[in-house]
Design a binder for this molecule. Structure first.
Ligand code: HEM
Length: 435
C-alpha cells in the first residue's frame, strides 16, 4: 500500500505533506532568487521590490533536479510574484505545504512547525499557515484509515470497516479541534489587512480582469495581442485532505452556479489521486447494500417511528453518519472563521490606505463566498442543482442524527444560525443572505 501511495506523492505518515522537511535554499546557481527573497521585506519597505525583480536575469530551470528543489523554486518565485503584483507601491496558487518547515516529529500541532517565509512578517500570518499545515498533517492518518475501509469492503469485513470508519471519524474530530486553534494567534484584523491582500491571484480578480502577461513566455496570439494567463491565488481550500475526505465519504456539494476558484488547483499528483480515489471509494454504496433501510421511504410520521427505524440500522450506518456530521461541523466552524476573518473585517471598512485592500469589492465577494461556502455545505448524493436552501423537514431527522437517509444532508438548512454563538455574526449573515 505504501508504494501505491507514494506513486501519488502521498505518505502514510505525513499524508499530502512532503515526507521530508522542505529545502531552505536552492543550489547556488539560484542565489539571485534567494537573495531577493532574503531582502523581500526591506525592498518592499523601500518600494524597490519591483525594480529589483525587473533586473533579474532569466535563469534556466534545468539545474532543478529533485522535487524538493522544484517545491522551493515554486515557493520563491510565487512569493516574489505575489509581492510584485500586490505590493504597496505598485504569486501563484498552492502555497500549501511549501511555506512551512516541520520541526521535530509532531507535524499535527502548529506549535511544532515554523514558517520559511511570510509576506507580512507577522506571527499572525505564520499561524495561519501553520494551522493549515497542521490540519494537512492529519492526512497520513486519514488516508491510512480510508485505505483500510476500502480493503475491509473488498474483504466484505464489516467489523473492520467499522473500525476504519471510527478512525476516519476521530481524525475529523481532531482536524476540527485544530481548525479552531486559528483564533489563538491569528488576529482577524491583521489577517484581513496585511495577509489576505497578498494571497489574491489573477483569476476572477476585478483589479486584473484579463490576468497577467507572462513576458517572454507566451508571446502573442494570431492578432498580435499579448496572451494573458489567469491563476487563482493561495487558499487553504486547496487542501487535498479535505477533498480526499469528501471523496471517500461520497460527499458532494450543491452546484451553486458560482464557479469555485479552487477546484482542480490541488498539486497535480494529489489531484490525480483524488480522481483515482473516487473510483475505488465506495463506502457509502457498500453500506447501503448492507442495510435493510429502504431509501425510498419518504415519510416519517413520528419520532417513535424514527426510533423503530434506528433499531434496524446498524453500527456501520451510525459511524458513517457521524463522519458526515463531523464534516458538516468542519464547514460550520470554517464558515464562522470566514465571517470573523473576512466579512466582519470588510464591513468595518476602515482599511489602512497603505495597504491596497479593496474593501468594497471584498464586501461583495465575501457575500458570494458566504453563499458558495454555505450552499456548498456538506451534501451527500445531491441529485439536483439548486441554490435554494430547503427548510428542515421531519425527514432530515436531526433528532437522532443517525438515520441513514440519502436526503439527510440535502434537507438540512446549511445556515444553521443556532450553531453560531456570536449574535453579531448572525446579524451579518442574515444581512448578507438577504441581498
Ligand atoms: C483565517 C482563516 C481562513 C479563512 C479566512 C478562510 C477563507 C476561505 C474562503 C474565503 C474560502 C473560499 C475560497 C474559494 O472558493 O475560492 C475558503 C475555502 C476553503 N477553505 Fe478556508 N479559510 C481559512 C482557513 C482554512 C483552514 C485552516 C482550512 C483547513 C484546511 C480551510 C479549508 C478550506 C476548504 C477545504 C475550502 C473549500 C471549501 C470547502 O470545501 O468547504 N480554510 N476558505
Amino acid at each position: 500500500m505504501e508504494s501505491m501511495l507514494e506513486d501519488y506523492d502521498v505518505s502514510p505518515a505525513t499524508g499530502f505533506l512532503p515526507s521530508t522537511p522542505p529545502l531552505q535554499r536552492l543550489p547556488s546557481y539560484y542565489e539571485p532568487w534567494e537573495t531577493l527573497l532574503d531582502n523581500f521585506h526591506d525592498l518592499m519597505l523601500a518600494g524597490r521590490l519591483r525594480s529589483s525583480i525587473n533586473k533579474l536575469l532569466v535563469l534556466d530551470t534545468i539545474p532543478l533536479i529533485t522535487l524538493a528543489e522544484y517545491h522551493r523554486a515554486f515557493l520563491v518565485l510565487s512569493s516574489l510574484a505575489h509581492g510584485y503584483v500586490w505590493g504597496k507601491f505598485d504569486e501563484v496558487s498552492d502555497i500549501t505545504s511549501l511555506h512551512r518547515k516541520a520541526m521535530g516529529q509532531g507535524i499535527r500541532s502548529p506549535s511544532n512547525l515554523a514558517t520559511l517565509f511570510t509576506f507580512s512578517n507577522t506571527p499572525d500570518e505564520s499561524w495561519f499557515y501553520l494551522v493549515t499545515t497542521a490540519i494537512e498533517g492529519f492526512g497520513g492518518r486519514a488516508i491510512t484509515a480510508i485505505m483500510s475501509a476500502i480493503r475491509a469492503i473488498k474483504a466484505g469485513n464489516n467489523q473492520k470497516l467499522i473500525v476504519a470508519l471510527r478512525d476516519i471519524n476521530s481524525t475529523i474530530v481532531d482536524i476540527n479541534a485544530t481548525l479552531q486553534r486559528i483564533h489563538e494567534k491569528c488576529d482577524p484584523y491583521v489577517f484581513y489587512l496585511m495577509v489576505r491582500p497578498y494571497l489574491s491571484g489573477w483569476e476572477n480578480e476585478d483589479r486584473l480582469p484579463h490576468g497577467l502577461i507572462y513576458e517572454g513566455v507566451d508571446g502573442n496570439d494570431e492578432n498580435g495581442n499579448p496572451i494573458y494567463r489567469k491563476y487563482v491565488g493561495a487558499s487553504a481550500g486547496q487542501s487535498a485532505l479535505i477533498q480526499a475526505l469528501d471523496i471517500a465519504l461520497n460527499i458532494e456539494h450543491y452546484p451553486t452556479g458560482v464557479k469555485s476558484s479552487i477546484n482542480g488547483h490541488c498539486p497535480m499528483k494529489n489531484y490525480t489521486s483524488g480522481n483515482d480515489l473516487a473510483k475505488v471509494a465506495n463506502i457509502r454504496n457498500y453500506i447501503i447494500s448492507q442495510t435493510s433501510y429502504d431509501s425510498n421511504i419518504t415519510t416519517i410520521s413520528s419520532p417513535d417511528e424514527d426510533m423503530d427505524m434506528l433499531q434496524g440500522t446498524n453500527e456501520m450506518v451510525q459511524v458513517y453518519n457521524e463522519c458526515l456530521n463531523q464534516m458538516k461541523n468542519f464547514r460550520s466552524k470554517h464558515l464562522q472563521i470566514v465571517s470573523v476573518y473576512i466579512i466582519i473585517q470588510a464591513h468595518r471598512g476602515n482599511g489602512d490606505s497603505r495597504y491596497h485592500v479593496p474593501i468594497n469589492k471584498d464586501v461583495a465577494t465575501s457575500k458570494n463566498e458566504v453563499f458558495r461556502i454555505t450552499t456548498n455545505n456538506v451534501i451527500a448524493n445531491n441529485k439536483e442543482a439548486t441554490t435554494t436552501v430547503k427548510p428542515t423537514t421531519t425527514k432530515s431527522v436531526e433528532i437522532k442524527g443517525c438515520v441513514f437517509d440519502p436526503d439527510y444532508f440535502r434537507t438540512i438548512d446549511p445556515i444553521n444560525f443556532t450553531q453560531v454563538e456570536d449574535s453579531a455574526i448572525v446579524k451579518i449573515f442574515e444581512e448578507l443572505v438577504q441581498h
